[in-house]
Design a binder for this molecule. Structure first.
Ligand code: SAH
Length: 215
């Protein structure tokens, strides 16, 4: 079964989040809705923010970084369209919430975070909550993870000024990459689909993420 403590006081708040912020706003993928109904988002934010963990906005997680708004996490994962057997590469672990959601949908999640203290906290979260199919590493995710490439699915939780070439290279044929692209205050969420060595690009709308910090 899923890793929710039997005394989880936030079950109701979480189900309300799924109903009102996700389903009512057009998220349709039942795998995403189910995953977000089970992953305890409060466990990924500092205790003083638990009361706000299921509200409709991003939250600070330390080191100047944020955990994304639940709707954005759902929207991106739905667009990614990961399947049960996939290995997903995630760039920008933060405290690991999005990786945890992905781990309920895909077979395995490899996630990369450049801030070592955040990666360590994410690893503790995965261990404590029993998410055994996530491997978290520290490094510059704009270089991808060449030793484990290619990937059918890549998702990026920080905005790059331009799409990193290594991520495009590490995408498998028929692979999908979802990422925010743009400057600090003007970003577009993009979906790239690779078919026969060619990329098609879909603009999924405006968004606002912390910057992807390169080398
Ligand atoms: N997915 C996270 C959200 C993290 S916010 C969650 O669900 O909580 C984006 C994260 O990207 C930050 O933690 C930031 O440190 C990280 N980041 C920024 N540039 C990066 C890079 N080049 N490689 C890896 N991580 C990066």
């Amino acid at each position: 079964m899923d890793h929710v403590s039997p005394v989880d006081p936030f079950v109701e708040a979480r189900l309300r989040m799924v109903a009102e912020q996700l389903r009512d706003r057009g998220i349709r993928d039942e795998r995403v809705l189910q995953a977000m109904a089970t992953v305890p988002r409060h466990e990924f934010v500092p205790p003083e923010a638990w009361g706000k963990a299921y509200e409709d906005h991003p939250l600070p997680i330390g080191e100047g970084q944020t955990i994304s708004q639940p709707y954005i996490v759902a929207f991106m994962i739905e667009a990614l369209g990961a399947e049960a057997g996939d290995t997903v590469l995630e760039i920008g672990t933060g405290t690991g919430y999005e990786a945890a959601v992905l781990s309920r949908i895909a077979a395995r999640v490899l996630t990369v975070e450049r801030v070592a203290s955040l990666a360590m906290r994410a690893r503790e979260n995965f261990a404590r909550l029993g998410y055994g199919n996530i491997v978290a590493s520290v490094g510059d995710g704009s270089e991808g993870l060449p030793q484990s490439a290619p990937f059918k699915r890549i998702i990026v939780a920080a905005a790059a000024a331009a799409i990193p070439g290594s991520l495009l290279q590490q995408l498998d044929d028929n692979g999908k990459l979802v990422l925010p692209v743009g400057s600090a205050d003007l970003q577009e969420l993009q979906l790239l689909h690779k078919v026969g060595g060619q990329f098609t690009r879909t603009n999924l709308g405006g968004c606002r993420f912390v910057p992807l910090i390169g080398p």
